[in-house]
Design a protein around this ligand. Sequence first.
Ligand SMILES: NC(=O)c1ccc[n+]([C@@H]2O[C@H](COP(=O)([O-])OP(=O)(O)OC[C@H]3O[C@@H](n4cnc5c(N)ncnc54)[C@H](O)[C@@H]3O)[C@@H](O)[C@H]2O)c1
Length: 393
Amino acid sequence: MKKCKVAVIGFGQRGYTYVEMLRNTAGAELVALCDSDLKRAAAFAKELNVENIPCYASVEELIANADFDAAVITTPDFMHREGAIACCNAGKSIMLEKPMAPTAGECRDIINACLKNKCVIQIGFVLRNHPVFRRVIEVARSGVLGQILNITSTEHIGVMHGASYMRRWHRKLANSGGFILAKCSHDIDIISTVANSKATRVASFGSLDYFTEDKLKYNYCSECPDKDCRYRFAGEFVRMTPDEKANHSAKPFDLCVYNKDKELVDHEVAIIDFANGIKASFTLNLFAKVPKRTICVAGTEGILYADTAEECIHIHYSNGKEYERIECKADNDSGHGGSDQTFLDDFIDCVINDRPSEVDYMAGLSSTVIGNAIEKARLTNKVVEIPAESYQL
Ligand SMILES: NC(=O)c1ccc[n+]([C@@H]2O[C@H](COP(=O)([O-])OP(=O)(O)OC[C@H]3O[C@@H](n4cnc5c(N)ncnc54)[C@H](O)[C@@H]3O)[C@@H](O)[C@H]2O)c1
């Protein structure tokens, strides 16, 4: 069978994961790389034994010189539009990382290019394939819970993972659209998929109450004498090249988490009202010892509780049916509970068979529309209505 020739655009932290997986993905062949920082890309290519794969400094150069069918786009969120449109206009299929883009306008531009050129597009909501969430969606859709009324969802991010956002490009609103969109667009997507409806209004409270600048002493950990600081940078959640590690040149990765140059929250709650009457809540926490996501789906006939750390689902029926416990274990050791690999496999299958992905541009647009509305609600302290036209192209 003909293999799908793949290029990875943005060979940073997430791109590294894809390059690693693509080396062993049936049906796919990694044929080109692209990153604006060729020096770092070369170091990562060496680490992964893919130095023989040509690497281009821009998407334009990649398109002009490489022969590929599909691109995996793992540039920062604010660069998604540019790379995605260029690839679509060149007739390439795209697997575009989440969030689709920081604004709905950028999402629509990508969608228009995609539709005009009839490209396959998949948005990186890998949690759709997570063993726990896959079963949650199946159970919710099966009807055994009766009429679903409420969804309660949480993301508890590990201590150093949460802190890493205070240091990286996500910390500026224009780069990511805010914390909820940057990190929790996954959760918005899962909640919307379980609700199987469009959000019509949202409210949110969130603020930065711990990583505050009054605690700032030195701009970088490498300048700071406080060796006991819980957030002292030790290379977590940043992919550094061997040179960067060996020279201890942690700057700028070790920016103090209490820096002044950020527009993030460190805790937030949001509530969402859906057109079909389902009400959902979402809570974000950045200080977890055991990182996990949880979801509770409450219907008239039963309640489902799921926890990614526990890798199982509990269903308590209110109609006399016996309690059910469903084990949801990963079938491979890739990231996000094994969903990184199966999600990539799904994309390759869509490209080879020229069929649309289940996680297509509407999932991307909806998540950005809701994420933007939540951020607006938080900033204005108001309930934000989401008109039906917001979801139109
Ligand atoms: N699905 C998931 O669970 C998941 C997990 C992590 C990250 N992500 C997403 O992946 C994307 C990348 O995140 P990251 O943490 O890897 O960021 P990163 O900063 O580590 O990597 C981005 C890379 O893109 C390169 N780049 C920037 N502009 C470019 C351009 N115009 N052309 C070519 N290369 C360019 C940078 O040099 C860098 O190497 C983001 O959208 C992020 O939200 C998704």
